[in-house]
Design a protein. Structure first.
Length: 282
């Protein structure tokens, strides 16, 4: 396969794992558990991987969210409303997932055990997403958007509206950079849901302990660009073309030989470990 010599995202010979339409797993931690196991394999000499996935209806909390005084009761309310819930082991704060939200994980080996240059890792994800949206003619900015949910210095935005957040998980020899991309539907409705979660979960906690979310801070790619309906699939197709442009035939052969794909049983077992380890504190 021909490699795009004009573009270098630092993603040479990365394998694609497109699970965007694998929607049978009810537990949202299944995808996070798969990332965890793949990251171990990468750290042991396995290939770098770009994992693309979605979940039909889940509310994912960050570790700080799970410690809010009303988090347990608010989680129960969300579950009664039909939301699957979980606490993730990567950074970041609360994020709702649905079929209009695309999740991308870049799983790569660390250059050294004591490497803490996570900004360069985030830059890889920023480069991938911004290049994937280049044909829309919209400039993708990075930097915290005030009032956005899951805020951070690597918020990605268009015209001042956040559409993507980035978090990370670091193991001894490898790391995972995870991004959620609000591709379709209303960003404002999702922000409203997250704001409602904090209004209930905070239960009088000082405002500095959780994000102050404003509905007008967030929008989807469907709202911000001319991608229209099907913006999610169009975006994913662009990401996949970019990844493929970075691959070489010899690199792909070597990557396939080194890949150890965990079994469903192993992934479910890891999901159970993550749920027990990072459960909401009652």
């Amino acid at each position: 396969m021909a490699r795009d010599s004009m573009l270098d995202l630092g993603l040479k010979d990365i394998l694609l794992l497109d699970r965007m339409n694998e929607l049978n797993e009810i537990d949202p931690l299944y995808a996070f558990a798969l990332d965890e196991l793949l990251c171990r394999n990468t750290g042991q000499g396995g290939p770098a991987i770009c994992h693309i996935w979605r979940h039909p209806r889940a509310f994912i909390m960050g570790l700080r969210d799970s410690r809010l005084p009303g988090a347990a009761e608010t989680e129960r309310q969300l579950q009664l409303e039909g939301w699957s819930t979980a606490v993730r082991n990567s950074g970041g704060a609360a994020v709702p997932l649905d079929l209009g939200v695309i999740n991308i994980s870049l799983i790569m080996r660390k250059p050294a055990v004591d490497s803490f240059h996570f900004h360069s890792d985030f830059e890889k994800m920023y480069g991938l997403i911004s290049y994937a949206l280049k044909e829309t003619g919209c400039r993708v900015d990075k930097g915290e958007i005030q009032g956005a949910y899951c805020p951070g210095e690597f918020d990605l935005s268009i015209a001042g509206y956040k559409f993507c957040g980035i978090a990370q998980r670091r193991q001894t020899h490898a790391f995972i950079v995870q991004a959620f991309i609000v591709a379709e539907g209303s960003g404002q409705e999702r922000a409203s849901l997250v704001r409602s979660f904090y209004d209930k979960a905070a239960d009088g906690e000082a405002s500095g302990e959780y994000p102050l979310v404003l509905e007008e801070s967030t929008a989807s790619l469907q709202q911000l660009t001319e991608l229209g309906e099907g913006a999610g699939q169009t975006f994913v197709n662009a990401v996949k073309r970019l990844i493929i442009s970075q691959q070489t035939e010899s690199g792909m052969q070597e990557a396939q030989e080194k890949l150890v794909m965990p079994s469903s049983e192993q992934i479910i077992a890891m999901a159970k470990v993550l749920r027990e380890r990072y459960a909401v504190q009652a």
